[in-house]
Design a protein around this ligand. Structure first.
Ligand SMILES: Cc1cc2nc3c(=O)[nH]c(=O)nc-3n(C[C@H](O)[C@H](O)[C@H](O)COP(=O)(O)OP(=O)(O)OC[C@H]3O[C@@H](n4cnc5c(N)ncnc54)[C@H](O)[C@@H]3O)c2cc1C
Length: 361
């Protein structure tokens, strides 16, 4: 007989950790898959290298690395253990496994089988050892990867972290690349911000920046601005500059980013650097399921965080939490909230009996 977990949680950021803790608190046996040791995908908060996270509940004033450690320590409060319930012995609590989800399949008996890599991928992306785990329910909490600016990139590199190695040197530092105006705007009050990106959605960053500063330059990095006439007009009305030259190189000092050398030889200096080049959901392992994606590529879910299929129906036994859910705020407190909801919904779906039909509505 193979072991079957009550809940498989894929991703150990705030969304997945909360889902695991909430389900374990209801005496469920949970496998929490943590990719951080076998992958450079360590979660979005992890990129806050020297920038302190100020607005997450309880964990105030810590960097991304400390935050990841605190989340890990939190799960230790729900250790995996054998319990006796109603005269039966069974398992409860959280087992953490280091692994990167590769594939999820529904078996004939309705159980999910998760295949995950237990070793880091090789430099050219080859998968080494893998193993499998079975679960009655799944919570997908694997977040998304941000797009990065194409500046001094290594286009021959097969893997994203190699391609953007120089960009990552400055990412997540107080004076470096920021990805979230709500998270890091407060570091640059009344300072001059560079905002890199194209299309109407870059105006959302400009709009968010107004809470902190009016000194804004949007840089398209050599591409057409892609903004609709009304958005372009709004940008001009707000007094933001538009710079459409190509950025050739970073001008930096240690881990601090100071400005850009443009392809035409000019040097432009700024105090803060924000980028929005889109995102990519971390859901490759769901390729066997007909999951529905919103326009931004994130998972469409019901208000109860059930993952929906392309006809709008919930996929039985599958919930999602955190940044990967379309329409949520991409912030830590929201990830905790949806993680709690997904973990409890998955847990409740395993109850043996329910309220009689028509009562308690
Ligand atoms: C630089 C930066 C600074 C930020 N600062 C703040 C802030 O100050 N305040 C705030 O509220 N929010 C902040 N955010 C946003 C916040 O980090 C996210 O909203 C939050 O981390 C989302 O939580 P999550 O659990 O959904 O996803 P993540 O934290 O991204 O976690 C996803 C997890 O899934 C794992 N994973 C991915 N793929 C797989 C796979 N195939 N198999 C297994 N595991 C996988 C990853 O390793 C990771 O552990 C910041 C984001 C960034 C990028």
């Amino acid at each position: 007989m193979r072991e079957v977990f009550d809940v498989l949680v894929i991703g150990a950021g705030p969304g997945g950790t909360q889902a695991a803790v909430s389900a374990a608190h209801q005496m469920r046996h949970v496998l929490l898959l943590d990719a951080s040791k076998v992958s450079r995908r360590r979660g979005r908060a992890y990129w806050s290298k020297t920038v302190k996270i100020e607005d997450a509940p309880v964990f105030t004033g810590i960097t991304g690395v400390q935050f990841a450690k605190a989340l890990r320590a939190w799960t230790e409060g729900q250790p995996e253990r054998s319990i006796e319930r109603g005269g039966e012995e069974r398992m409860a609590g959280i087992r953490r496994a280091d692994g990167f989800a590769m594939d999820l399949e529904r078996l004939d008996n309705g159980t999910f089988e998760l295949t995950y890599a237990t070793e880091p991928l090789s430099r050219d992306g080859q998968v080494g050892a893998t193993t499998t785990a079975l679960g009655r329910t799944v919570v997908v909490a694997s977040g998304f990867e941000d797009g990065w600016p194409d500046i001094e990139t290594d286009d021959s590199a097969a893997r994203m972290y190699r391609k953007y190695q120089l960009v990552y040197r400055y990412a997540g530092n107080s004076r470096g690349w920021h990805l979230c105006i709500r998270c890091d705007g407060h570091l640059h009050v009344d300072e001059h911000l560079a905002i890199v990106g194209v299309g109407d959605y870059i105006f959302e960053v400009v709009q968010g920046a107004q809470d902190f500063t009016d000194r804004i330059t949007v840089l398209t990095n050599g591409r057409p601005h892609g903004m609709s006439p009304r958005v372009l007009e709004a940008l001009r009305e707000r007094g933001a500059d538009l710079e459409d030259g190509r950025i050739e190189a970073h001008i930096g000092q240690g881990l601090n980013l100071l400005g850009f050398r443009m392809a035409d030889g000019r040097e432009l200096f700024f105090d803060g650097f924000f980028v929005d080049e889109g995102l990519k959901a971390n859901d490759e392992f769901l390729h066997r399921f007909d999951v529905a994606h919103a326009d931004d590529g994130l998972l469409r879910c019901s208000p109860d965080h059930e993952v929906l299929d392309s006809s709008g129906e919930p996929i039985p036994g599958m919930w999602a939490a955190g940044d990967i859910v379309a329409g949520e705020r991409n912030l830590i407190a929201s990830a905790f909230a949806s993680g709690q909801d997904a973990g409890l919904e998955a847990s409740d779906s395993l109850r043996r009996w329910a309220m009689p039909t028509g009562c308690g509505d």
